[in-house]
Write a protein that binds this ligand. Structure first.
Ligand code: NI
Length: 248
């Protein structure tokens, strides 16, 4: 049985979530960590975690930097006592569309890292075209976590691991012309977490369609070949990683 450690199972993407969950179960996916991005999705996370097998992360995504208020951060803090909230995320830096609000992004990121440190919770990191700043800022806080959708170099991977981070691997690894496979191959499985980032990043051979947690199976098959381990062994090790990081 697998855990999808990063997905966005929100109503705007999935009309019939129970069906999605049943299909996932048929594909041996029984646990989920749903990541919030803004106040509305954080509220939805809090209702989703009432379902069996669903855990949540609360956070303000860097792309929401222009929209959030301090009350949204307070809302996150007020709900961290919930036993099924297992992380702060997704949070981080994204310089893909613009670097102009870099200072505000860093401020938002640091506020949430401080919360993670205060409540001793792991962080789910979104870092896009911002590796150096992400590393510099993470070094200032005593936090552990996962680099969601890791796609950097081997050198970067090693730095993150040394800092106590896991690497989240999703459908991107199945894309053709992607050298992530060569990097991940050299990283021991004990640092890898499986994720789909549903509804985004659908793996081969389903590219172009909406992603869903059942596709963990495709990512697992792909990783099983890279690491030359059975799906059972892969599930066992990645579940140990989930237990170590998120305490579930
Ligand atoms: Ni995501």
């Amino acid at each position: 049985m697998f855990c999808d450690t990063h997905c966005h199972l929100f109503q705007e993407y999935y009309e019939d979530l129970d069906e999605i969950i049943n299909i996932a179960k048929d594909n041996k996916v029984t646990r989920y960590i749903v990541a919030g991005c803004n106040n509305a999705s954080n509220q939805e996370v809090l209702s989703l975690v009432n379902k069996e097998g669903i855990y949540g992360a609360l956070g303000i995504h860097p792309e929401e930097v222009e929209n959030y208020t301090d009350a949204d951060i307070q809302f996150i803090e007020q709900n961290l006592k919930n036993k099924k909230i297992v992380a702060i995320g997704e949070i981080g830096l994204d310089y893909h569309y613009t670097k102009e609000n870099k200072e505000q992004q860093i401020k938002l990121f640091e506020k949430q890292l401080a919360l993670a440190e205060k409540y001793n919770l792991p962080v789910v990191i979104h870092s896009r075209e911002a590796t150096l700043d992400t590393i510099e800022i993470l070094k200032k806080y005593r936090v552990k976590g996962v680099i969601h959708s890791f796609s950097g170099s081997l050198e970067t991977a090693k730095i993150y691991i040394k800092m106590g981070f896991y690497l989240g691997v999703n459908g991107v690894i199945t894309f053709k012309n992607c050298n992530l496979k060569e990097v991940i191959k050299k990283i021991p499985l004990k640092y890898i977490l499986l994720e789909t980032d549903s509804p985004y990043l659908t793996p081969v051979p389903f590219r172009g369609k909406r992603n869903d947690p059942s596709k963990i199976k495709e990512i697992a098959k792909f990783l099983g070949e890279i690491y030359e381990v059975s799906l059972e062994e892969l599930a066992k090790i990645t579940n140990q990683n989930v237990a170590e990081l998120f305490d579930i």
